[in-house]
Structures are given as C-alpha cells and as structure tokens.
Design a binder for this molecule. Structure first.
Ligand SMILES: [Zn+2]
Length: 97
C-alpha cells in the first residue's frame, strides 16, 4: 500500500493570495440554495449586521458573510457552491503533482 503524500496548508498562501487580489466584482458564484449562477456584483449585500451579509438575488439565501475585526477577518462562504475568478493566462494554477 502506498502512502498518499500531501503538502501542509502553507502552500495555499500563494494561490489564495493571487485569488484575493483580483477584482472580485468580476467573480461568478453559484447559489447553493437555488443553483443560480451570477456575478458577485449582482448579490444583495446587507451592511446593517455585525458584518456584511450577501444574499442571492434570486432566492435571498445567504451566500456570503464577511466580518472585519480590528486585526482579522472572517469569510463564511456557506451558501456558495463555488466562486469562479477570471485569471490571467500567464499565471495558471499549478496542476496536480
Ligand atoms: Zn439562490
């Protein structure tokens, strides 16, 4: 039996840093509740909560919560099946090892 090799979570820093520096308004997300796919810009964002709450424009299910504290932030994507980001061709993600 061969042992599956893996890298620790530190290797995610580069790819995640690349993701979160793109213009998120052009990202596309899919609602886990109703399956609607649309741009981040189309979400209905409510800012009168302790953080920001983004809801699906079709079914009003919560797709994203973002809370910013003094020295950290919490991003909760429960309700979002996926986010798709347009990426430059020159910096593709590394493939499987
Ligand atoms: Zn929905």
């Amino acid at each position: 039996m061969t042992e599956m090799s893996y890298l620790d979570g530190n290797m995610l820093d580069g790819p995640m840093r690349e993701l979160f520096t793109v213009d998120l308004s052009s990202a596309v997300g899919r609602c886990e509740s109703c399956g609607m796919t649309g741009s981040m810009a189309s979400l209905h964002v409510y800012s009168h909560a302790p953080g920001l709450v983004a809801r699906c424009p079709s079914c009003e299910a919560v797709m994203m919560r973002l809370v910013r504290g003094p020295d950290r932030a919490w991003l909760d994507l429960r309700g979002t099946t996926f986010l798709q980001f347009p990426m430059p061709m020159e910096q593709p993600f590394p493939g499987p090892l």
